[in-house]
Design a protein around this ligand. Structure first.
Ligand SMILES: N[C@@H](CCC(=O)N[C@@H](CS)C(=O)NCC(=O)O)C(=O)O
Length: 210
């Protein structure tokens, strides 16, 4: 059976939701970041990057959110989580997800994991002070994307970009990092996605006592 390695509230929530949306049979394996379980020897054998998510499949272990999301969409095509038959529309999905992974997530990590980028509290403080500016700019772009009244990132249809965005909006929202008036549509998108039964199921599993 497929195993998803996750930590509650981490970016692994996006593939967790996608597996639920797909109706996949999978085992969710929780890692305790407070105990540093992601850096332990046992997990490093699964994912030497010492990060979540990792998806163990019968063909091996897949890492990186956007690759896992795309794999889920291809593996359960009946769930219609991506426009698989339309090369241009599919490229738009990859483009948006790549932006989340390489720009938004990395800017957020300057706040949540400053030690990845520099040593010392002064450097960490400087990064925490600067990152909201970059994140504000990125969320302005996303807000603009939703401006034509489209409910989902790519229009009328829910795709793998939507839970991925919802997870990152949740991070920004939890710290009031961008003024709410500047991200009204993004926040409406968050609520829309948050209410989906698959999302509720994934969130309940992540919140359940270990
Ligand atoms: N590029 C990776 C990023 C993975 C990543 O940074 N995951 C974080 C959680 S959101 C993590 O495992 N952090 C643990 C650590 O830094 O020790 C992806 O998109 O999957």
């Amino acid at each position: 059976m497929i195993r998803l390695y996750y930590a509650p509230g981490a970016c692994s929530l996006a593939p967790h939701i996608a597996l639920e949306e797909a109706g996949a049979a999978f085992e969710a394996v929780r890692l305790d970041f407070r105990q540093g379980e992601q850096r332990g020897e046992a997990y490093r054998e699964i994912n030497p990057k010492a990060r979540v998510p990792a998806l163990a499949t019968d063909r091996g272990v897949l890492t990186e959110c956007l690759a896992i999301l795309a794999w889920i969409a291809r593996t359960w095509p009946e769930a219609r989580l991506a426009p698989l038959e339309d090369a241009w529309a599919m490229a738009q999905v990859h483009s948006f997800n790549s932006f989340l992974a390489s720009s938004v997530h990395v800017a957020w990590a300057h706040i949540s994991r400053p030690g990845r980028y520099a040593d010392g509290e002064a450097a960490a403080e400087a990064m925490r002070a600067k990152a909201p500016e970059a994140l504000g700019g990125f969320f302005d772009l996303i807000e603009g994307r939703l401006a034509d009244g489209r409910p989902y990132v790519h229009g009328e249809t829910y795709t793998i970009s939507d839970p991925y965005l919802m997870v990152m909006t949740g991070w920004i929202r939890s710290r009031d990092m961008v003024p709410r008036a500047r991200m009204e549509r993004v926040l409406a998108h968050y609520e829309l996605v948050r209410a989906r039964p698959a999302v509720v199921r994934a969130l309940e599993r992540e919140a359940a006592p270990a």
